[in-house]
Write a protein that binds this ligand. Sequence first.
Ligand code: NDP
Length: 441
Amino acid sequence: MNRVYEEVKKRNPHEPEFHQAVKEIFLSLVPVFAKNPKYMKQAILERIVEPERMITFRVPWVDDQGQIHVNRGYRVQFNSTLGPYKGGLRFHPSVNASIIKFLGFEQILKNSLTGLPIGGGKGGSDFDPKGKSDNEIMRFTQSFMTELSRHIGPNVDVPAGDIGVGAREIGYMFGQYKKLRGYEAGVLTGKGLGYGGSLVRTEATGYGTVYFVEEMLKEQGLSFEGSTVVVSGSGNVSIYAIEKAQQLGAKVVACSDSNGYIYDENGLDLETIKRIKEVERKRIKEYVLEHPQAEYVEGCSGIWSIPCDIALPCATQNEIDSESAQTLISNGVKAIGEGANMPSTLEAIDLFLESKVLFGPAKAVNAGGVAVSALEMSQNSMRLSWTFEEVDSKLQDIMASIYRNSMDAAEEYGHPGNLVYGANIAGFLKVADAMIAHGVI
Ligand code: NDP
């Protein structure tokens, strides 16, 4: 494993996030390789860390003043062993090959955990949607899709949203794909309900995060009811994690954006947050204008100094470092559920595990989003739509089974209760066995 990890670093220099994701997964696979030499003989690690295909492309577009800009687009088609490549598109200035590859690599095992027939992929651009007009967003996404459309399709690769890509962006991209290639409902997920979207897709990642954490708490005789919760971010995942936590009787006291966080000891008013973030697309600090009892603090990491029972990091990678983890632990946190991808550093995860804090890793906890995306694909193929209750109940079943399978795998491989090991192992075994079945390709 060390040899392969060193090779990964050598072959993919300057990609620290990708190295971090590979390292975390490799560490959990040690007991699997000790027990099953066939995976080493079949060079599964060497094969799984190399994307099947990595596409980068120029995305030129014209702003409202007539000025031409050029961004870079990415799509990593990482692994199609279990089905068409599936994974979101991220539009954020921090996007680069390392970020896209870490997300794509994690996505392989996450998608495997859902039990649905989807492979792993991811994509995006270093385009910054903040402060852009609707027309600028439309021109950018159309240019992005003009190239991406050559590489995707309902049975090949099915992108969805991620940071900076919501219903508006998916709508424009769907329109452009249709113009270029013809109507194919299943080419993107996260679509509007009027043209092939699935009920619960908007809520899925946030709701799924809470369903998973509820399973973790239940096993210890705990629950969301009466708990104090801190959620970072105020985007799609955060908003619906807050909604479900509140529905289950929790008091959510804080959330954030990339500028700062708001804190209200009596509990946040979600309707105001939804309006500010989803409708007006403004900054979270606007909240205190309407709720003067709440406090706004500049800077993001301070949010983890607020005492809470349950912390749900739902913003971005590496937002909880060892210092924030230590503060959460000292303040008596009982459970962490990673709604975002890789929000805790490796050091922070170690601290949580050593302190016996219940820890739900991203690839298990936030798998609800891609699971409902796969249900959207099923509905598109059938040309039928399920009700909200049907999709929500399938989502709950999927989250409970991801939890159970991860716990069982952790137990079987000698790390009972460790969901980092469990999720990585359960996700890996299914992909690795299928890779062996398919031969060396
Ligand atoms: P959104 O764009 O809807 O929201 C992202 C939120 O995180 C915003 O509040 C944003 O603040 C904040 N944020 C982004 N970057 C940073 C940063 N560098 N520092 C601090 N805050 C930041 O994205 P999503 O809610 O869709 O995604 C959030 C996380 O969940 C990501 O890690 C994503 O990969 C993961 N995820 C999303 C899924 C989905 O279905 N959407 C599925 C599975 C995982 P600001 O507005 O200021 O940028």
